[in-house]
Design a protein around this ligand. Structure first.
Ligand code: MN
Length: 241
């Protein structure tokens, strides 16, 4: 099977997983860098992740221009292109509006890892506010100026919140990005519950670093791969191990 065919099939599965895990509803999207051309990325035409088929996957330049495929692209494709442009290490990006995360984009209280499996989201999750550089907008990332501003705020991190809107996560692989997107929602949900009872003990930066180092050395059947196999079944696909 060609690298591009394999990549498209995995990207379709990733979209179905984020839908099955309720990270994305009608909105949100998952992309991956083109496996053979780092100056391009793969992303569906504009439709809900749960509905996406291989024929929906299009190819874009990092500036968001259509390079292959047909259909009306997502308005917010600039999120993806700008992150691939600024981060050569990033191979996949998930943008979502998952519900437990949104409160942390508006309350001035930081979203931070509280549970070991959530260390992947990173020790520091900033909030991007388009009001700072663009004034009143519709809050969407609708051009490369806004995309690059978001990518700059993300910096070398894994996750960023977007004020009054949602979040974006970047991964060194498609499986890592999907894992981080799911765990960002899991952590937000747990943190909201824990904080209702008072001050929370968060993971320390050192603990986060050790957990992530172990995850990054995970072999098949461990870490991101074990989660991927579980989510495959949840989303109605056969496991591939
Ligand atoms: Mn959005």
């Amino acid at each position: 099977m060609s690298a591009i065919k394999t990549a498209i099939d995995e990207l379709v599965i990733a979209n179905r997983i984020v839908a099955a895990e309720k990270v994305c509803d009608a909105f949100g999207h998952v992309s991956m860098r083109h496996p053979e051309n780092p100056g391009r990325f793969l992303l569906s035409r504009g439709r809900a992740p749960e509905l996406i088929e291989a024929s929906d996957i299009m190819e874009f330049t990092l500036e968001g221009g259509t390079a292959a495929g047909n259909g009306k692209p997502y308005l917010e494709r600039f999120i993806h292109g700008a992150i691939y442009e600024s981060r050569p290490d990033v191979q996949a990006v998930v943008h979502s509006h998952s519900y437990s995360v949104v409160p942390f984009s508006v309350i001035g209280e930081k979203l931070r890892p509280i549970m070991h499996v959530c260390a992947t989201i990173g020790p520091d999750v900033p909030v991007w506010d388009p009001q700072v550089n663009f004034g009143d907008t519709d809050l969407l990332v609708s051009d490369m100026h806004q995309g690059r501003d978001l990518a700059k705020a993300l910096g070398a991190r894994t996750s960023i919140l977007m004020r009054g809107h949602g979040s974006t996560v970047a991964g060194a692989s498609l499986r890592e990005a999907v894992y981080a997107a799911v765990m960002l929602e899991v952590n937000a949900n747990l943190q909201l519950k824990a904080q209702a009872f008072g001050p929370v003990t968060f993971l320390t930066p050192g603990e986060i670093e050790k957990i992530r180092a172990r995850q990054n050395k995970g072999r098949p059947g461990e870490g991101f791969d074990r989660a991927w196999q579980y989510w495959l079944r949840h989303a109605g696909f056969p496991t591939d191990e």
